[in-house]
Structure formats: structure tokens, C-alpha cells
Design a protein around this ligand. Structure first.
Ligand SMILES: *Cc1c(COP(=O)(O)O)cnc(C)c1O
Length: 428
């Protein structure tokens, strides 16, 4: 890489942008404004910004609805009856799956519950679930309520992994050791793929292999991994996964989720599941007869007919991902996040105000850096915002910054660094 080592200079940042093959994607997005100026938007981990093409995609479906109404279900190329198929090629690429292993549906928390119905089948002997401590609250509530639903006690059934004393993130070896230790008692590992708070990317392949070794299944919540890390769910042999589309996948607030179910479960009508008509064999669906016959693959977990407007916005963004390519995005992401890390370390130095808790190894992180604020607290974050930086604050004292390779530039990172330097003068 010709431009390394990094330099703290505007000229250098401009050079990186000039060499960036993905630089033009930035112009395809609407940037929000802070104080009348386009923000330095580092909050794609929470809500991705709007692709300009969303409007056209939505308008097309609004027109179809206006012009065709009920006939839209079966009319023409865009027939809504088959709309779920459109997003499959991109979703398969993004999570590393076969098309029949993925489908867009529902919301993330809903999908977690639905997948638990099939994959969490506790017995007297084998009932434990391993999760990282401090998991996203929805995941905590989901796991707790699922365990109670089976008449079990979360205090006993849930094994929460905490980092070693003095450390902020988990060591893979410790995760694998715990899996082995739980052994015959372990029903499932159900972790984030990329931890929302620390930004740690877990070794899903190793975790899955270890879970299988002891006879357990492995499922991942990919809310912060989808569209961020390169994923190979099929090859890693992951049993199931789900994600949302409004974070790195830029598909709009609260938009549709997606699921992955490994193809070894593609034809398992015996697997318990909560069924609905949209998971039923689509050639037979309109016979409206008794007797649920699940569709092949992930489609067999669908319940309800598709939200066409949601999928239209989703598709606008997925088209962009396919054009950019996950491997290209990842290559830029490592440089971009590396540059942010370099500049933060240059500026905060020994001041002790900031501490990056996200792993230093690029293989163990995505594009997010989580900073512990040791002095100044939320005032530091507010100072960033005053100068146009949109990041994300988590209690008690973490700022999360996510330079996303699709629409952030090296100059964004540089400009942030200047703001950081000014802000720290107030708090150092
Ligand atoms: C964002 C996020 C969610 C949100 O769930 P929704 O059902 O989309 O509201 C859940 N889990 C994790 C890990 C998240 O990061």
C-alpha cells in the first residue's frame, strides 16, 4: 500500500481520496446537515444515510400500486408475488450465502424469536446458551424470554462471557474454552457477529466449529456486521443468522430485516417453526388449503406477505452494495478506520482523555471505533456535534464513530481529527 504509513495532513487525506476507487459512491447519498452544513456522518452503525435512488424505487412501486392495485401482485416483471426474489442475489453476496439460504422479512428482533423457535430446543441435559455479556438489549430480552418460555431459569441457562479483568473485549480462545467447558449442556451459541458497544468482530467460523464440536448450534445477530464485515456464513457452517437493513445497509429507519438459514435445514419440514401462509409452498398457496408445506430454504420461515414499499427502499441500497462489492468496501474500510485510529492516537497521545476499546487488529473489527471518554464525558461528544460530527453516545462514557467505506471519505476522517484536536484542548 503505497500511501502507508499514514500522515496527519490535509494533503495526505486528499491523496487517499484521489486514490480511492469507491470515492464516487459518496455522491449517491443525501448527507444530513448540522448547523446548515453537511455533517461528518459517522453514525452508519445506528442509521445509514439515504441513497438518492430510494425515491425512484419507492415512486415506481407507488405508481404500480396506483395504476395496478391488486393486479400488481401478478402483473409484469415487478409482480409483487415474487418480490422477495429480487433482494436475494445481493443479500447472498453480503452475508456469504446461497440465495436459497437468505430472505428479507420482518424485523430483527422478531426474526430472532422465530429462529429460536426452530433452533433452541432445550432438553433437561442440554439447555444452555452462550452470549457475550452486555449484548444489545433486544437480544438480552429475547434470550431471557425464550429461556423462560421453556420453563427454565435465565440465571442458570444463560452463560454470559465477560472479558478478562482489565480488558474490554473477549479473546477468541476464552470463548472457545467456555464452549468446550459447557459441552453436553450447551444447546446454542447466540452472539453478535460484531459487538455493537465495543466494535469487536468475533471469529464466527471458529465459534461455530467449536459449538458443533460439542453438539450445539451457532446463531449470530449480524445487525452490526451485515454490510460492514466480509461474511461467509455458508462456508463457516453457521446454522442461522439475522440482521437489520437500516444500519450499514442504508435501507431506511426501521426497515426490513433478513435471515440466513444454512442449507442443511432447507428441507426439514420436521423442524418446529411458527408458520404462516408466506412460508407455504408458493405454487400451492392460493389453493388456500389445510396442511402447511414449508418452502425450500429460508423462504420456509416467512410468515406474511411482503412489504413491497419497504423492499423497494431496501433494493435501492442493495443495488449500490452489489455495484461496490463487499471485498472492495472492506479493503477501503480497513484503510479508512486505520486512518481514523492513527489520527486519534496522534492527537490524544498521552493525554488520557480518550481510550480506544475496539480491537487494534483489523481482522477483529469492522469500521467502528469505540472510544472511552475518561474526562469531560458527554461534553466531549457534544463538542464534536457542535462542529458537525454525527457520532453516537452510549452511557456511561462511550463514543462510537463509524467511518463507512461506502460514503465516508478520508477527508471526513481528517476533518474530524481537526475537530477532535480543538475539542481536546478544552478537556485535556
Ligand atoms: C440494532 C440492533 C437491534 C435492533 O433490533 P430491531 O428489531 O431492528 O429493532 C437488535 N440487536 C442488535 C445487536 C442491534 O444492533
Amino acid at each position: 500500500m503505497s500511501f502507508l504509513p499514514y500522515q496527519f495532513s490535509e494533503h495526505f487525506a486528499q491523496q487517499l481520496d484521489a486514490q480511492d476507487p469507491l470515492a464516487s459512491f459518496r455522491s449517491r447519498f443525501h448527507f444530513p446537515k448540522v448547523n446548515g452544513k453537511a455533517a461528518i456522518y459517522f453514525c452508519g452503525n445506528s442509521l445509514g444515510i439515504q441513497p438518492k435512488s430510494v425515491k425512484d424505487h419507492l415512486e415506481r412501486e407507488l405508481n404500480n400500486w396506483a395504476d395496478l392495485a391488486v393486479d400488481g401482485h401478478f402483473h409484469g416483471e415487478d409482480a409483487w408475488y415474487h418480490v422477495r426474489k429480487k433482494s436475494k442475489p445481493a443479500l447472498a453476496e453480503i452475508v456469504g450465502a446461497h440465495e436459497h439460504e437468505v430472505v428479507a422479512m420482518n424485523h430483527l428482533s422478531v426474526n430472532l424469536h422465530l429462529l429460536m423457535v426452530s433452533f433452541y430446543r432445550p432438553t433437561k441435559e442440554r439447555y444452555k446458551i452462550i452470549v457475550e455479556a452486555g449484548a444489545f438489549p433486544s437480544d438480552q430480552y429475547m434470550l431471557e424470554s425464550q429461556i423462560k418460555f421453556h420453563g427454565l431459569d435465565p440465571a442458570d441457562a444463560l452463560v454470559e462471557l465477560t472479558p478478562r479483568p482489565g480488558e474490554h473485549t473477549l479473546r477468541t480462545e476464552d470463548i472457545l474454552t467456555e464452549i468446550k467447558k459447557q459441552g453436553d449442556k450447551l444447546a446454542m451459541v447466540n452472539m453478535a457477529g460484531l459487538q455493537y458497544y465495543t466494535g469487536q468482530l468475533f471469529d464466527m467460523q471458529a465459534i461455530t466449529a467449536a459449538a458443533h464440536e460439542v453438539g450445539a448450534v451457532a446463531g449470530f445477530d449480524l445487525a452490526h456486521a451485515a454490510g460492514n464485515a466480509v461474511l461467509k456464513l455458508h462456508d463457516w457452517d453457521v446454522d442461522f443468522a439475522t440482521w437489520c437493513s437500516y444500519k450499514y445497509l442504508n435501507s431506511g429507519p426501521g426497515n426490513i430485516s433478513g435471515i440466513f438459514v444454512h442449507e442443511r435445514y432447507a428441507e426439514r419440514p420436521d423442524l418446529p417453526r411458527f408458520a404462516g401462509w408466506w412460508g407455504h409452498d408458493e405454487d400451492e398457496r392460493f389453493k388456500m388449503e389445510k396442511g402447511f408445506v414449508p418452502m425450500f430454504g429460508a423462504d420456509g420461515w416467512q410468515l406474511a406477505n411482503n412489504n413491497v414499499l419497504a423492499l423497494a427502499a431496501h433494493q435501492a441500497s442493495l443495488d449500490i452494495f452489489q455495484e461496490a462489492g463487499m471485498e472492495n468496501l472492506r479493503a477501503k474500510s480497513e484503510k479508512l478506520t486505520g486512518y481514523l485510529e492513527f489520527l486519534i492516537r496522534e492527537i490524544s497521545g498521552e493525554s488520557g482523555v480518550l481510550e480506544i476499546i475496539t480491537p487494534k487488529n483489523p481482522a477483529e473489527r469492522g469500521c467502528q471505533l469505540s472510544l472511552l471518554i475518561h474526562r469531560g464525558g458527554k461534553a466531549v461528544f457534544d463538542e464534536f456535534y457542535k462542529h458537525g460530527v454525527v457520532g453516537d453516545w452510549r452511557n456511561p462514557n462511550v463514543i462510537r464513530l463509524a467511518p463507512t467505506p461506502l460514503y465516508n471519505s478520508f477527508m471526513d476522517v481528517f476533518r474530524f481529527a481537526q475537530i477532535l484536536e480543538q475539542s481536546l484542548e478544552k478537556f485535556a
